[in-house]
Ligand binder design. Structure first.
Ligand SMILES: [Zn+2]
Length: 260
């Protein structure tokens, strides 16, 4: 049983038996990892505060063949985010990130881009907690993109014409973007030039500068943006059966609850 050592973000934990916990992490080397941390609820334990949600750790574990749950051997805190956990609004925003990563990521498939993106979003939230909502939008767009669900933002899906920088567009069936002449069905959602522009800005900027650019945006822009990403995410989650772990440890609260 080879030991694996990897940088990882703790997403959530569940109590298991009397003294143990199940830890769900997004790791750099192995993607989504679920493991058992034996004895970590005892007063004196080798994990200390490393398994608090949203802590960046150096994780060492081993995995037996054909077992989904790995055994957590060692943890070392690289960066704690305790300061963010005391604010309930920030905490629920971060839980939303954790929920969606769990929903979208297949277990044990490394995705370096996803790891770096989530890590960058946590860093940006730490630097500027008041930008949380914009950072969540950034995270959602990138999650959709990295998992292959983001439609082309630069071209009309009907006539393939390149959109202007701040052109208002329509979101048609199948989530694709269309120009005024190709879209504009009654059921299409209209995206203002401003929302379309900000949507595309996610692909050019890091989460911090992106959020900064949204600080002066209208509440309408924020609301339309949030509605759009929520609609896209719901569409994906409705199409694919939710990936449930093979053990039973109580309810898995999903993105639906977190974003309600
Ligand atoms: Zn068109």
């Amino acid at each position: 049983m080879p030991l694996v050592e990897t940088e990882a973000l703790v997403l959530r934990t569940y109590n298991l038996a009397e003294a143990d916990k199940i830890v769900v992490c997004l790791s750099r080397e192995a993607g989504l990892v679920r493991g058992v941390a034996k004895g970590c609820r005892k007063l004196k334990n080798r994990f200390g505060a490393a398994l608090e949600p949203f802590t960046l750790i150096n994780l060492t574990y081993y995995q037996k063949e054909n077992q989904e749950l790995v055994s957590v051997r060692q943890t070392e805190i690289l960066r704690s985010n305790f300061n963010l956990l005391s604010d309930p609004i920030t905490l629920s925003g971060l839980a939303h990130i954790g929920d969606l990563v769990v929903e979208f990521s297949p277990p044990y498939q490394a995705n370096d881009n996803l790891f770096r993106m989530v890590k960058a979003c946590l860093e940006a939230t730490g630097l500027s907690p008041s930008d949380l909502q914009s950072i969540l939008r950034y995270f959602e767009v990138w999650l959709l993109r990295l998992e292959g669900f983001l439609p082309d933002l630069s071209r009309c899906a009907g006539c393939h014409r390149l959109f202007g920088e701040k052109e208002a567009v329509f979101v048609g069936p199948g989530s694709t973007l269309r120009c005024q002449s190709c879209g504009n069905d009654e059921q299409d959602q209209r995206l203002s030039g401003q929302v379309h522009y900000q949507l595309r800005a996610t692909l050019k900027l890091g989460p911090g500068p992106f959020a900064e650019g949204l600080r002066n945006a209208s509440s309408r822009t924020h609301r339309d943006f949030a509605n759009l990403t929520q609609r896209w995410i719901m569409r994906v989650l409705e199409r694919q059966p939710r990936k449930r772990p093979s053990y039973s440890v109580g309810a898995f609260e999903g993105a639906r609850n977190a974003s309600a």
